[in-house]
Design a protein around this ligand. Structure first.
Ligand code: GDP
Length: 430
C-alpha cells in the first residue's frame, strides 16, 4: 500500500490541518515527521475548533492511530498538555498516539538558548526552542525520548547539558534565567513525573509503521510548516530547522523512499508568510491588511499577523518539483470572493531578465521583482459551493490557470473552514 504524504507548497499555514483531517477518515495511520510545537494546525469540526501543535490532526477521527516520528522534537510537558486537552474534550488518545523513542526532547534551556543566541529575533522564530533542540541533535548531544524512561541515565545527561549551558551563558556574559543547579533538579523532577505519564505513548514507531506497511495498511504522513521553510530547500536562513519537504517523511519516520508514492501538495489560493525573509509576491500594506482580515491570517501558534501576497506560481512550480507532488489541493479559494481583479506572479525579474525559477541565493531572491498576470475576480461567495460546475466561471478560470502552471493535477478545492467545505475537481474540466 503506497504511503501518502501531505506537504505545504508555500511557507506553511496553507490549511494542511483541514486537508489532513479530510484525508484521515480513510486511513489507518497519521504520522508527523518533523518540527515541534512551533507548527500549528487548526481543524474546525462543527462548532468546535481544535488547534494542534504536536499531535497529528488524525487523532480527531476515531479510526487512525497517530505517530510522532523521530524526525520531530518533542517538549514532553507541552505534549502532555496537548494530550490532556484532547482527553478533556472527549478525544481518546491512549493506545492511539505513539511517540518515537528516538524523537529528541526539547527542554526549557532550549528556549533560553534561542533568546541568548538572538536567533528568535533574526529569523522570526516562534521562540519555542525548536531550533536549539535541532542544533543539539545535529551536534550529537541531544536527549532522546527513550532516555526519559531511564532516571539514572537522564540525570547524567542533564548534568552534561547544565555544564554546556553554563559555558554558553558565561561566554555571552549573561546570567541564566534560573540558577542552573536548581533548574537541573527541577527539570529532573518534572521529567520523571512526565515520563511516568508518557510511558504508554513512547514506542518503537519505526517497527510499528513497517508492520503496518507489511499488513497493507494506509499511512498518511503529515508535514508541518511548508516547502520554503525547509532547512535545505527553503529561503535560508529564514527557514525552520527541519526537512519540511516530502522527503522528510522518509527519514523522519524511517519509511523507505520508494513507499512514498502519493504526494498531496497543499497550496493556498493566495500567499502568506510569517516572520522575516523575502516574499516576492507580497502585497502593499493596505491591500495586505484587507486580505489578511478576510482570510483571518494570524498565526495559530503565536497570533502574529501574517504577511500577505498574491499566489506565486514560480514558487508553486518549484514546490511541485521538489516534493514530487502527484495531486494538488487549493485552499481558501472562498477568501478571494469580492475582489474585482486578482493577480498571479508568473515569473521573477532580476537584473532586467525574467527568470522562471527562484534563485538559491536568498539575497538575490530578495531583489527579484514579480512579473504579474491579471486575472478577473468574482463576486459570489463560495463557502456553500460543493460542485465544481457551480463555481463562478472566473473562479474556474483562476484555478485552471493555476493548475496549468503548476504542472500537476488539481484534485480538490477548499472553500471554507468547515469539514464539508470542499469541492472535488473533475478530471474532465481540463
Ligand atoms: P495549517 O498549519 O497549514 O494547517 O494552516 P492553519 O491551521 O494555520 O490555517 C488554516 C486556517 O484556515 C484554519 O483556521 C482553518 O480552519 C482555515 N481554513 C482551512 N481551509 C480553509 C478554506 O478553504 N477557507 C477558509 N476560509 N478557511 C480555511
Amino acid at each position: 500500500m503506497p504511503v501518502t504524504v501531505v506537504v505545504g507548497c508555500q511557507w506553511g499555514d496553507e490549511g494542511k490541518g483541514k486537508i489532513v483531517d479530510h484525508l484521515a477518515k480513510g486511513v489507518d495511520w497519521v504520522a508527523r515527521y518533523q518540527g515541534g510545537a512551533n507548527a500549528g494546525h487548526t481543524v474546525v469540526i462543527g462548532r468546535r475548533s481544535f488547534v494542534l501543535h504536536l499531535v497529528p490532526s488524525g487523532i480527531l477521527h476515531p479510526r487512525p492511530r497517530c505517530v510522532i516520528g523521530h524526525g520531530a522534537v518533542v517538549d514532553p510537558s507541552y505534549l502532555m498538555e496537548e494530550i490532556d486537552g484532547l482527553v478533556s474534550r472527549g478525544i481518546p488518545v491512549e493506545g492511539r498516539l505513539f511517540v518515537s523513542e528516538g524523537a529528541h526532547v526539547l527542554l526549557p534551556y532550549h528556549r533560553w538558548l534561542e533568546t541568548l543566541e538572538g536567533q528568535d529575533v533574526r529569523v522570526g522564530t516562534t521562540k519555542r526552542g525548536v531550533g536549539p533542540a535541532y542544533t543539539d541533535k545535529i551536534s550529537r548531544v541531544g536527549i532522546r525520548m527513550l532516555e526519559l524512561l531511564q532516571p539514572v541515565r537522564l540525570r547524567r545527561r542533564l548534568d552534561e547539558h547544565v555544564e554546556r549551558v553554563r559555558v554558553l551563558f558565561a561566554a555571552a556574559g549573561q546570567t541564566p534565567p534560573q540558577p542552573l543547579d536548581a533548574a537541573r533538579d527541577e527539570w529532573q523532577a518534572t521529567l520523571s513525573g512526565l515520563a511516568h505519564r508518557l510511558r504508554p505513548y513512547i514506542a518503537d514507531t519505526v517497527t510499528m509503521l513497517h508492520e503496518a506497511l507489511a499488513r497493507g495498511e494506509k499511512i498518511l504522513c503529515e508535514g508541518a510548516q511548508g516547502t520554503f521553510l525547509d532547512v535545505d530547500l527553503g529561503t535560508y536562513p529564514f527557514v525552520t530547522s527541519s526537512t519540511t519537504t516530502a522527503g522528510g517523511a522518509s527519514f523522519g519516520l524511517g519509511l523507505p523512499p520508494s513507499s512514498l508514492r502519493r504526494v498531496v501538495g497543499i497550496c493556498k489560493a493566495y500567499a502568506t508568510r510569517v516572520g522575516e525573509g523575502p516574499f516576492t509576491s507580497e502585497l502593499p500594506r493596505e491591500e495586505a491588511d484587507a486580505l489578511r482580515e478576510r482570510g483571518s491570517e494570524f498565526g495559530a501558534t503565536t497570533g502574529r499577523p501574517r504577511r500577505v501576497g498574491w499566489l506565486d506560481l514560480v514558487q508553486l512550480r518549484r514546490a511541485v518539483q521538489l516534493n514530487g507532488v502527484t495531486e494538488l489541493v487549493l485552499t481558501k479559494l472562498d477568501v478571494l470572493s469580492g475582489i474585482p481583479q486578482l493577480r498571479l506572479c508568473t515569473a521573477y525579474r532580476s537584473n532586467g531578465a525574467a527568470r522562471p525559477h527562484p534563485p538559491v541565493d536568498t539575497e538575490e531572491l530578495a531583489s527579484c521583482q514579480p512579473v504579474w498576470e491579471d486575472v478577473a475576480g468574482w463576486e459570489a461567495p463560495l463557502t456553500g459551493v460543493r460542485r465544481y460546475a457551480d463555481l463562478p466561471g472566473e473562479a474556474r478560470s483562476y484555478v485552471e490557470r493555476i493548475e496549468q502552471e503548476a504542472g500537476t493535477r488539481l484534485k480538490l478545492l477548499s472553500v471554507g473552514s468547515a469539514r464539508s467545505a470542499v469541492v472535488p475537481v473533475p478530471t474532465r474540466s481540463r
